[in-house]
Design a protein around this ligand. Structure first.
Ligand SMILES: [Zn+2]
Length: 279
């Protein structure tokens, strides 16, 4: 009797702890982890931004948080912009810089554009003690997107034959196998962005993927145009080439060192200037 009771108790305990790990961490708690990891993002700063859970969790159950700067009553926005940082967990500057831009929008959002912003697409890769490019399943999220006009194994074949199975670039077993890419896939489908901006590091350049690349920005802040081409399973390939939604990729020069305040602000003003000219 005692034995069966203790087994029951054990079962109850294990299901409740499972429920805890599966439930989404509230945004305030998530901010604690983000601020503890990123020296350049304060706890209050993170909380004040007021990000909301997207409804999607990373593999380890961390919420993918989104902040929306919606249209304001007084004007029709010139376009919808999706801004994403922290696709690769070891590119910490790409997360912090997006936080700084959200602060700017907190102060100055004028309704010029409708923004949806996620500073940290890959929390499992970024927030662990030894951060990794890949997510918790060892998948490079920027190789895990849908590949509409190719075979499902295109990214895996490319990885095997062209990258010599570099484990930092493992595309996952099949397109959209990961919850984080499922979130972005859904976000693109529902929000229908006119432009997507993805922040990365450390190649110090601006890349641009779209069916027509003549509008590629020549320079954004201190980053100069350098068109790299796309890979099967990358966001640029999926959204830029296949869906025809221009993708601006900003590669900051350092993954672990923040740009200066004035560099962050020049990047922002040049981005907005490009959007105004092109939308
Ligand atoms: Zn990257």
């Amino acid at each position: 009797m005692i034995k069966s009771l203790s087994i029951l108790l054990l079962l109850l305990l294990s299901t409740s702890s499972l429920a805890v790990t599966q439930a989404s961490i509230p945004p305030g708690k998530a901010c604690e982890k983000i601020a503890a990891k990123l020296a350049s993002v304060g706890l209050r700063e993170c909380r004040n931004i007021g990000m909301k859970p997207s409804g999607y969790l990373s593999s380890n159950g961390f919420p993918i948080l989104v902040k929306e700067f919606p249209p304001l009553g007084s004007r029709i926005p010139k376009g919808r912009i999706l801004l994403v940082g922290g696709t690769h967990g070891d590119e910490l500057s790409s997360i912090s810089v997006v936080f700084k831009w959200m602060n700017t929008l907190e102060k100055y959002h004028s309704g010029l554009f409708h923004w949806r912003i996620s500073p940290l697409m890959n929390p499992d890769g970024a927030l662990q003690k030894k951060h990794t490019r890949t997510n918790a399943n060892g998948v490079d999220l920027n190789r895990n997107f849908a590949i509409p006009n190719a075979h499902n194994s295109a990214a895996l074949d490319y990885w095997k034959n062209r990258t010599y199975q570099n484990e930092r670039r493992y595309p996952g077993p099949y397109p959209l196998s990961e919850p984080e890419t499922n979130w972005l896939f859904k976000e693109i489908e529902t929000f229908k962005p006119d432009v997507i901006i993805a922040v990365h590091a450390p190649y110090s350049l601006v890349d641009y993927d779209a069916p027509n690349r003549k509008n590629a920005p020549r320079r954004i802040g201190y980053l100069h145009k350098n068109l790299m081409g796309t890979y099967p399973g990358s966001l640029g390939n999926y959204a830029g080439i296949n869906l025809g939604i221009p993708v601006i990729t900003l590669e900051l020069p350092h993954a672990g060192i923040m740009p200066t305040k004035s560099q962050i602000s020049h990047l922002w003003t040049d981005l907005v200037r490009w959007l105004v000219r092109n939308l």
